[in-house]
Design a protein around this ligand. Structure first.
Ligand code: FAD
Length: 439
């Protein structure tokens, strides 16, 4: 029986349904719009872009540019429609959002093997299925997903503190110490009472990003943004994440009035996160206000803090690198719900899931996307054990670097290395696509 169900007709679901259908599989595609709308979706069309109209950088020396090119070669519907509806945007691929969604909707609805059903899915059907209900999966289905055997956690929001580059910090103003002298793991930024007063005054006045119609109290309870703490009371942060207890500055022997702790964020020790500083400040405001912290005056942000609704699985140990459940064959998840981040990444995971399920149903060899391709790197990210698993955009940090060849010099320039990584990935994807007949 060569039929499959895809739940959710967003970026990932439309791509997955298309890939299945192009391989001869009969698809039932279930979409709850317009019967039920998430807080961020407003149109009846499929593959709605809920925020920006940009698919980001288009150059191959940009990881998401490489990902897009791999997807074009693999016959991606989302990429075809994006290219058809592109608007000028410098080095980025931006689209006319309405025409983009209209193109996807038309292609999907007119495909003879795709049956589009407009209803809310409230259970996971038996048989081959791809669940692609996105960061705003409906509550009833989320409850069902939560109880799927083998899944440890379903997260409902992202609450990430900003991450800064170590090389941009003025370490002369910081001191190394773990609280209560338990080692030297943290960088600490000490503040005088005057510095703390200025900081809190700016923090409570800073502009926050708009929350897209969510019930923020329900979503954020237990994980309060630093600016909300400051609004509750001038001293609340100083008794919370900024408390100086057990952190005597070795240079003075005294505990400062308040402290911001920075924790190492990656194995190569190049990035640090601001402990307890989850925030909804606008990105520009984060730069300005957190720049008042001693030592962070010129901090470069590797990632700004965000707090938003985002339903995502704790995928490592639950999904394999093809986005298939480890404990239930032919049940896949795709898109943002798997812990990839972004329009293109979501569609890319839909492509991998769709092609893999199609091969399983057709009894052909499933495609292999090595982790030196951008598509494979996304699968590796969601399937590799990681105690701090967080949604990630595609980046060269996730794609396997070039191998070290004895006697051969490493390419000096970052751009040259990225170009070589991109060429290696595209060579593989091209040969794979010509073997499997593309779509
Ligand atoms: P979606 O595109 O959301 O598709 C999921 C579909 O499933 C929806 O159509 C939904 O109606 C449907 N659905 C949900 N539950 C059910 C159910 N029970 N039964 C049937 N259908 C259901 N990424 C970017 O790259 N750029 C941005 O600017 C950007 N802005 C974002 C802003 C917000 C507010 C959010 C929440 C996310 C944003 N993202 C952005 C992240 C992400 O890339 C997008 O959310 C992207 O659309 C995810 O693709 P998806 O296919 O996983 O989910």
């Amino acid at each position: 029986d060569r039929t499959a169900t895809v739940i959710g007709a967003g970026l990932a679901g439309c791509e997955a349904a298309w890939q299945l259908a192009q391989k001869g599989i009969q698809v039932r595609l279930i979409e709850m719009k317009p019967v039920r709308m998430s807080p961020a979706h407003h149109s009846e069309q499929l593959a709605e872009l809920v925020c920006s109209n940009s698919f980001r950088g288009d150059r191959l020396t940009n990881a998401v540019g490489l990902l897009k090119e791999e997807m074009r070669i693999m016959g991606s519907l989302i990429m075809r429609c994006a290219d058809e509806t592109r608007v000028p945007a410098g080095g980025a691929l931006a689209v006319d959002r309405d025409s983009f969604s209209a193109h996807v909707t038309k292609a999907v609805s007119e495909h003879p093997l795709i049956q589009l059903v407009r209803e809310e899915a409230v259970s996971i059907p038996d048989g081959p299925v791809i669940i692609a209900t996105g960061p705003l999966t409906s509550d009833r289905l989320a409850e069902v997903i939560m109880s799927v055997p083998g899944l440890s956690t379903l997260n409902f929001y992202d609450a990430a503190a900003p991450i800064v580059l170590r090389e941009s910090l003025d370490e002369n103003k910081l001191f190394r110490l773990s609280r209560y002298n338990r080692g030297n793991d943290y960088l600490n930024a000490p503040m005088t009472e005057e510095q703390y007063t200025v900081f809190i005054n700016e923090l409570v006045r800073a502009e926050t990003a708009e929350v897209h119609g969510f019930e923020e109290n329900r979503v954020f309870e237990g994980c309060m943004p630093i600016e909300s703490m400051a609004k509750r009371g001038f001293m609340v942060p100083a008794f919370g994440p900024m408390k100086p207890v057990g952190l005597a500055d070795p240079r003075t022997g005294k505990e400062p009035f308040a402290v911001v702790q920075l924790r190492q964020d990656n194995a190569s020790d190049t990035m640090y996160n601001l402990v307890g500083f989850q925030t909804r400040l606008k990105f520009g405001e984060q730069k300005r206000v957190f720049g008042l912290i001693p030592g962070l005056e010129h901090a470069e942000f590797a990632r700004y803090g965000v707090m938003h609704r985002n339903t995502f699985l704790n995928s490592p140990g639950f999904l394999n690198a093809s986005f298939e459940m480890i404990s239930r064959k032919q049940c896949f998840f795709a898109g943002q719900i798997t812990g990839v981040e972004g329009y293109v990444e979501s569609a890319g995971s839909g492509l991998v899931a769709g092609l893999t399920l199609a091969a399983e149903l057709n009894g052909t060899e499933p495609p292999v996307f090595p982790s030196y391709t951008a598509l494979g790197a996304m699968g590796k990210h969601v399937s590799t054990p990681n105690p701090n698993f967080q949604p990630m955009n595609c980046s060269f940090g996730l794609i396997d670097p070039l191998p070290v060849v004895p006697g051969q010099k490493r390419l000096k320039k970052k751009q040259d290395r990225y170009e070589a990584v991109a060429e290696r990935a595209l060579a593989y994807i091209r040969s794979m696509s010509s073997e499997t007949g593309g779509n």
